[in-house]
Design a protein around this ligand. Structure first.
Ligand SMILES: [Fe+2]
Ligand SMILES: [Fe+2]
Length: 295
């Protein structure tokens, strides 16, 4: 897989946040899928996108709604707490890397090297989250900064503001990456990086419009507030992560004499999108309720 080719074929949405261009999942994900050379992975990605059309539209609709109205702090707390549960999976990434390292330590030399490699590649997806090369500023801090701009002192971090389906999603990710077999964990991490690239690109567009329409702040302040989302989109951070977890999976499969299981990969990817779609649909319903109550 060649990132230069991906870069060339991506829509130029990363720096241009004009209100007229609205990115969508299908156009964002297609260039990434086209550069996957592994046949089963490519097939699984394509099929899961077809299977998940409804879920993808639910997710896009939620961000569209978000930027179209000024919302109550109660709703924004629900959004930021629940959305956070679909991201920030540093603990699960660390656990998956530890599992690979533990395998390496108990293996013979030839396989040991491959397991260590897989562990290192997987761990590389958390460098930015941990603030390496960014003065130690973690993505958790950036998320708090983003939510804090909209919510101030409002206690959005309370469990009360997390939708049960969002909590279930977080548990499902943890189950896949920490408790299930390592292949499932790596496929889950791969898809999460691909999904994140697309979702954050869409979110950046809509959050930018949301601030422009309903909040007063300078461009520099807006940049600062949106830093969490930009950190994942600018420089194509999540594409790098996707490519590096794919290398981890290749090394793991080589060490265990396995190949990517198309059916398993498709099921993981589709379940991922179905679960996120459910969360976003519920958030959209909450927004609709607020609009209906005001009219
Ligand atoms: Fe991150
Ligand atoms: Fe990532």
């Amino acid at each position: 897989m060649n990132k230069k080719l991906i870069k060339k074929s991506l829509p130029e949405n990363n720096s241009n946040l004009s209100a007229t261009f609205s990115p969508d999942f299908n156009s964002l994900i297609e260039p990434l899928i086209n550069l996957v050379s592994e046949a089963n992975l490519k097939k699984a990605l394509k099929q899961s996108i077809i299977d998940s059309e409804l879920s993808l539209r639910k997710i896009e609709k939620c961000f569209n709604y978000l930027s179209s109205c000024q919302w109550s702090k109660e709703f924004l707390a629900l959004f930021f707490n629940s959305w956070k549960s679909t991201h920030l999976k540093m603990l699960a990434i660390y656990a998956l890397s530890c599992r690979l390292q533990r395998l390496a330590l108990s293996s013979e030399a030839d396989r040991q090297q491959l397991f260590f490699l897989a562990a290192s590649y997987n761990a590389a997806t958390s460098y930015e989250d941990l603030g390496l090369d960014f003065q130690g500023v973690t993505h958790a801090q950036l998320y708090d900064q983003l939510a804090g701009f909209f919510l101030g002192d409002f206690p959005w971090q309370l469990d009360y503001y997390c939708l049960p389906v969002a909590r279930e999603f977080k548990n499902w990710i943890y189950q896949n990456m920490v408790l299930d077999d390592i292949g499932t964990g790596l496929l889950t991490n791969i898809f999460s990086e691909i999904y994140n690239h697309c979702e954050y690109s869409i979110a950046l567009h809509h959050f930018s419009n949301f601030i422009d329409r309903y909040y007063v702040c300078s461009e520099a302040e807006k940049d600062k507030h949106l830093c969490y989302i930009k950190a994942h989109v600018i420089n194509e951070t999540e594409i790098d992560h996707f490519l590096v977890v794919f290398k981890a999976l290749e090394a793991y499969n080589q060490a265990t004499d396995q190949k990517i299981n198309y059916q398993q990969a498709r099921a993981i990817f589709t379940t991922y999108l179905t679960r996120v779609g459910m969360i976003m649909e519920l958030l959209t319903e909450k927004m609709k309720k607020q609009i209906n109550a005001a009219t």
